[in-house]
Ligand binder design. Sequence first.
Ligand SMILES: Nc1ncnc2c1ncn2[C@@H]1O[C@H](COP(=O)(O)OP(=O)(O)OP(=O)(O)O)[C@@H](O)[C@H]1O
Ligand SMILES: [Mg+2]
Length: 217
Amino acid sequence: MTIVAVVMQKGGVGKTMTATNVAGTLAMQGNSVRLYDANPYQSSSYQWGQVRIDSGVPQNLSVVRVDQNYGHAVTADAPNFDHIVIDCPPNLDMETRVAMAVADVILIPLRVGQFDAWSLAQTAQIVRQRRASVTTPVRAIAFVNAVPHYIKAELDESIDVIKEMEEDFELGPTIIDRAAYRKGAKLGLSVMELPPEYRDGKATDEFGTLMAGVFNG
Ligand SMILES: Nc1ncnc2c1ncn2[C@@H]1O[C@H](COP(=O)(O)OP(=O)(O)OP(=O)(O)O)[C@@H](O)[C@H]1O
Ligand SMILES: [Mg+2]
């Protein structure tokens, strides 16, 4: 049983992409999964879950929106699911803090560039606070997401930013900008579950590496 929170206060970095793909991949592997959409302004994960209901895949993944008591709801749900995934909003307000307070693994996507590097330093402070408040280990994995193929030098800079913060974050695998992630979003599926005509072996390989780091790491 793992509770994964996908966190980054900066908008549009790929939290929902990551949360839906982690949840969908776990479900495909036969786990019972609950995905919490903790973004009160824009329920993208919830909408993905609604599309997923009509997609024909087994319904061992339920997507729910959160209310004020969701910290208690997660704790109450924990014994009833194999895994729980929380998709956070782009801020460090209540919903994100609750997620960080219950998570075993905190996944932090960022995009290439200085603004995201500054945001990551701020995220590190919250990760440290969380670690200081518990005796159990809390993993935090940062990775660069949606990298265009042509910016190798800038990607290396972002990877260095994460490596320099090795006391706070493990470095996760780089995820490239691929149409397969957007196709999965549209169909209510993870990249692992895409039908053959949309399947992208590179996407399944890289996301498989991320999953292995989270669940076998
Ligand atoms: N690796 C990727 N390849 C291609 N497109 C991607 C990838 N990651 C994210 N995207 C696209 O980028 C956009 C932003 O991603 P997403 O909605 O997951 O970010 P977010 O962090 O959840 O945003 P918000 O902070 O608004 O909740 C979406 O259109 C998504 O489909
Ligand atoms: Mg989102």
